[in-house]
Write a protein that binds this ligand. Sequence first.
Ligand code: TMP
Length: 207
Amino acid sequence: MIRGKFITLEGGEGVGKTTNLTFLTHYLGQHNISVVVTREPGGTALAEKIRHLLLDKDSEVISEHAELLLIFAARAQHIKLVIEPALARGDWVLCDRFTDATYAYQGGGRNMRVSTIEWLENLVQGNLRPDLTVLLDAPVEIGIDRARARGVLDRFESEKINFFENVRRAYLLQAELHPERIKLIKANQPLADVQRALVDVIGIFLR
Ligand code: TMP
């Protein structure tokens, strides 16, 4: 059995991840690829409970280490129960956010040490890394306005603009550090152009 491909979709708030995830799912389906669509934090019953804890704006103050460990606890569960089994049976996994989000939000946004994140990444993931990561990038204000228009803000969305500038910077740094894996697509262009770029990027795996 040929192992499936592991594709992740990343970006700040309101860059259009959901719309493009749906588009990609359909596109791969048209190519007769069996796709498991999932998200982080989340993707299993326990990991979704952890997600709820992380996004709850009314919780007590969550320490940075608690936040980081909760994210990796959810990830450990998600990898073991969903991602690895899917890849092993030859399905492709399309995941809305993965560890690049931790480098961006906890590393960039919360200013946590990159070496700590790397240590947990190695512990929890072993050799597992995405085969391809699509990073949707747009100026912070555009994304924040879109997120606000959606309604009530969660614990992360309620952060200040400076936090999101740092998140964006850290995402762009990840793309610079891993140019062969992370493909950057400008999200502040017409949707048709974003989707053309997505098809180009994904085409490498379909040949
Ligand atoms: P989402 O609502 O875009 O799916 O993501 C939920 C929030 O979780 C989002 O604000 C980013 C945050 N997050 C982190 O802070 N670190 C992570 O590693 C992941 C996967 C998400």
